[in-house]
Design a protein around this ligand. Structure first.
Ligand code: C5J
Length: 223
C-alpha cells in the first residue's frame, strides 16, 4: 500500500494517500466534445475542450496502473425526460435542445451515442459510471455512498467544463468533506476566461475550494 505523497500545487502542496484518493472524471462525453452534441447545439466551439483529452489519458493510465479508484460521470436524462426540469429544457432557446434528435442520437439522453464517454477515455470494468441529471456529480446520484464505501477522502477532479460541472462538483465535494485537487490541463471550458476564473476561484483564499496543479506534477509525484 502506498503511503502519503505530496504534489506541488497552489496555494500549497497537496498531500494525499493514493489508496484513499480517487480520480473523478467529469462528463467527458461525446455530446460535449464532439460536433453535433449538446455543447455545439448551445453555440459553443467544441475544439476548446479537446486539448484536455491527452492529459486525461495520461493521468487515467497512471491511476489504473497503480490500481487506484477511478470514477466517471455523465450528464444526461432518462429517455422519457421525466428527470428533466422544464427550465433546463427551454433555457437554451435554441432550435435543438435536450431530448431532441441530433447527429449522435437524442441530445443528452442516456443510452444514446452522444451521451456516452468519448472512446479515448472509455471506462473499463470496475470503474463506476455515475449518471447525473444535474451539473454537480453528487446531486441525485449515489456518488457519495460509493466514495464512502471505498473509504475515499480526497478527489482529483478532471473533465468538462471547468466552470460548470467541474466547479459544481468541487463545491459539492467540499461541503461533504472531500479534499479536491484540480489539474488545470485536464479541465476545459468553451470560454477561456471562465476556465481561468474557475481555477482562480478554487485556489483563492488559501484554497477556499481546494488545490490547483497540472497533470505533469501529479505524474511526477507518483511512484
Ligand atoms: C455543461 C458540463 N456545461 N458538463 N455541462 O452543460 O459542464
Amino acid at each position: 500500500r502506498l503511503t502519503s505523497l505530496s504534489i506541488e500545487a497552489e496555494p500549497y502542496a497537496f498531500t494525499f494517500t493514493p489508496a484513499t484518493c480517487a480520480l473523478l472524471i467529469i462528463d467527458m462525453q461525446r455530446d460535449f466534445l464532439e460536433p453535433g452534441g449538446f455543447g455545439e447545439a448551445l453555440g459553443n466551439d467544441v475544439s476548446q475542450l479537446r486539448r484536455t483529452i491527452a492529459p486525461n489519458q495520461r493521468l487515467l493510465a497512471a491511476w489504473r496502473s497503480l490500481g487506484l479508484t477511478v470514477l466517471h460521470t455523465r450528464e444526461g436524462h432518462r429517455p422519457d425526460l421525466a428527470d428533466l426540469p422544464e427550465s433546463k429544457k427551454i433555457r437554451g432557446r435554441g432550435p435543438t435542445t435536450i431530448g431532441d434528435a441530433g447527429p449522435m442520437g437524442r441530445i443528452l439522453v442516456r443510452g444514446e451515442a452522444g451521451h456516452d464517454i468519448i472512446p479515448e477515455l472509455a471506462p473499463i470494468s470496475g470503474e463506476p459510471i455515475i449518471d447525473k441529471p444535474g451539473k454537480g456529480a453528487f446531486w441525485a446520484t449515489d456518488l457519495h455512498a460509493i466514495l464512502q464505501n471505498r473509504g475515499i477522502r480526497q478527489l482529483i477532479v478532471t473533465g468538462v467544463t471547468t466552470e460548470v460541472c467541474v466547479h459544481t462538483t468541487v463545491r459539492e465535494a467540499n461541503d461533504r468533506g472531500y479534499d479536491c485537487l484540480v489539474p488545470s490541463d485536464c479541465v476545459g471550458s468553451y470560454f477561456p476566461d471562465f476556465h481561468a476564473a474557475g481555477l482562480a476561484m478554487i485556489k483563492a483564499q488559501t484554497g477556499i475550494f481546494g488545490w490547483v496543479t497540472s497533470s505533469e506534477k501529479i505524474l511526477f509525484a507518483l511512484p
